[in-house]
Design a protein around this ligand. Structure first.
Ligand code: ATP
Ligand code: MG
Length: 576
């Protein structure tokens, strides 16, 4: 990319030779590049992202979104947005809208290619009729329990349904009457006539249609029979002329059925490719469990900042850039594994380190009085907005006789290697002055420090040491008169165990919830934050990255801690 005023492309150095090697392709990119070489799909790359609208998207979905939309971007192809909405009892319009908003927020688009499996219900019905006519599908009167029982197990072959050999005419009649609403819910199913002795359970006459009276979020009450996932997914891919139908590993042994339906119908045949789903430590990823956390009020909603949902991560302060970076880093493989949640956090740190303005905020305030500083005086000191980004400039922060520092930055009796404030010790107030602690007032009951007295050296304005003397500690602070009160929500992992799904026999994963996953504190923040708006992000110096919550109002600021900094202080033992 050259700017209009930049040098012409010819004069730019040739980057092709000494550049680092191109990043290794993942196995799906290799398949796509092979296909492009051999012309298998006529040079087309067409993927889709097919969520079921039965919950909010989570970080696992982000992996699939980045993969599917990412392939289309990389290879100049297309990625469709398609809802797999075949189960009206669990699906809702609210979920459709949240899913679309989350994908847009992540940075992907689908132009006018927004599809719903329910758009194809009529076509799917016609294809079911075609399979009946070909003797490849039959109406079965077994109850759902019986269907399960006849199916056999992994070690035992299934038994054929007594209804398997109905005539084509009878099947056509019964299927039409199923659609017409003549039979109660669950009374009959339409099944594929495949092979009850197949070692693959999915091939044992899989159910294609069930009777279900439920109002569908798009088709209303037009249908009382609904196609099953297996009879829907591949055909939708076929209709949309998808080239690479990418799904998670659980569907590997559904692939023979995917292929069987498409071959039996004689229609365009996309290639299903499976990859390993994302699992993360200290969280759960199943939509059923996430729904339970919401309905059981274990969290404040789908967008609770502790949730692994995209809505939750966004409210926590995750940026689209950080999530895309994370997805790129973890790669795409064919074996299941669990990724450390710290990898996600690191991606956010990396992004925000570059972009977040630095500010000073004191989370647990302790008063400091600078006894030799004039009372009533306030001066403005210059503070750098982002040392990583010179273009971010600087701002003015007020300094005065009474300040607040972090309670943890003072110890009356300092442990070894404690370089912060303690009696007789000099520290640097960031962008301020060097101050030396002279005495401490304590609460007579608790013995806790209430006011720390210091003197300052007027020759050290801006934190400089003209005589070159060494000061080991630099701490942050706010001026008492100008600081603003703010609610800060300090989040930790939602679960206290690395493998949150793992429970002792008879237990529930809910036992693994971390009771300390949210701590609320009242902080004092520098006055430049008065105008901060929801979703603005900052680094609170030495405390982490924070985002303005949607609950925040002028005069009643609310910040969420997105992620802590890798804090060198963390090693110092906790104050008694
Ligand atoms: P369920 O089918 O139980 O409702 P699901 O997690 O499969 O849950 P879908 O809405 O069907 O949810 O998922 C949409 C797409 O996202 C699918 O292609 C699925 O393979 C992919 N996906 C879901 N969970 C993950 C995950 N943890 N890692 C990677 N991809 C995922
Ligand atoms: Mg699914």
């Amino acid at each position: 990319m050259t700017s209009p005023n930049g040098p012409p492309p010819e004069s730019q150095p040739d980057k092709s030779e000494n550049d680092s090697p191109p990043p290794r392709l993942n196995f799906i990119q290799e398949i796509v590049e092979d296909d492009l070489r051999t012309g298998k799909w006529g040079g087309r790359v067409h993927t889709r992202f097919p969520p079921e609208p039965n919950g909010y998207l989570h970080i696992g979905h982000a992996k699939s979104i980045c993969l599917n939309f990412g392939l289309a971007l990389k290879y100049g192809g297309l990625c469709n947005m398609r809802f797999d909405d075949t189960n009206p009892s669990k699906e809702e319009e609210e979920y459709v809208q949240s899913i679309l908003a989350d994908i847009r927020w992540l940075g992907f688009g689908w132009d006018d290619r927004l599809y719903f499996a329910s758009d194809y219900f009529e076509q799917l019905y016609d294809w079911a009729v075609q399979l009946i006519q070909a003797g490849k599908a039959y109406v079965c009167d077994l109850t759902p329990d019986q269907v399960r029982e006849y199916r056999g197990t992994l070690t035992q072959p299934g038994r054929e349904s007594p209804f398997r050999n109905r005539s084509v005419a009878e099947n056509l009649d019964l299927f039409a009457r199923m659609r017409a609403g003549e039979f109660p819910d669950g009374a009959r199913t339409l099944r594929a006539k495949v092979d009850m002795a197949s070692p693959n359970v999915n091939m044992r006459d899989s159910v294609m249609y069930r009777i279900l009276r439920a109002t569908h979020h798009r088709t209303g009450d037009a249908w009382c029979i609904y196609p099953m996932y297996d009879f829907t997914h591949g055909q939708c891919d076929s209709i949309e002329r998808i080239t690479h139908s990418i799904c998670t590993l659980e569907f590997e042994n559904h692939r023979p059925l995917y292929d069987w339906f498409i071959e039996s119908l004689g229609i365009y045949h996309p290639q299903q490719i499976e990859f390993a789903r994302l699992n993360l430590t200290y969280t759960v990823m199943s939509k059923r469990r996430l729904l339970e956390l919401v309905t059981g009020k274990h969290v404040s909603g789908w967008d609770d900042p502790r949730m692994p949902t995209l809505a939750g991560l966004r409210r926590r302060g995750y940026t689209p850039e950080s999530i895309r970076l994370f997805c790129e880093r973890i790669g795409v493989a064919k074996f299941n594994s669990t990724i450390e949640i710290s990898q996600l956090e690191n991606a956010l740190r990396e992004d925000l380190n570059r972009r977040a303005p630095r500010v000073m905020a004191v989370l647990r305030p302790l008063k400091v009085v600078i006894d030799n500083y004039p009372a009533g005086k306030t001066e403005l000191l210059e503070a750098v907005n982002n040392p990583e980004d010179p273009a971010a400039g600087s701002r003015q922060v007020p300094f005065s006789r009474e300040l607040y520092i972090e309670d943890d930055d003072f110890r009356e009796v300092p442990p070894k290697k404690y370089h912060r404030l303690s009696p007789g010790v000099e520290v640097r107030l960031r962008y301020g002055y060097l101050v030396t602690c002279t005495s401490v007032e304590k609460d007579p009951q608790t013995g806790q420090p209430t006011v720390v007295h210091c003197t300052y050296d007027p020759a050290t304005r801006g934190g400089n040491t003209p005589d070159g003397r060494k000061v080991k500690g630099t701490i942050h602070w706010v001026s008492a008169g100008e600081a603003l009160k703010a609610e800060v929500r300090l989040y930790d992992h939602l679960f206290k165990t690395e493998n949150a799904d793992e429970v002792p026999p008879g237990g529930s994963y809910l036992q693994n919830l971390n009771p300390d996953s949210l701590v609320v504190a009242t902080a004092l923040v520098e006055p430049s934050l008065a105008t901060a708006k929801a979703a603005d992000f900052f680094q609170f110096e030495r405390q982490g990255y924070f985002v303005v919550d949607q609950d925040s109002r002028p005069g009643a600021l609310v910040f969420n801690r997105s992620v802590s900094l890798r804090d060198t202080w963390a090693k110092i033992e906790k104050k008694a």
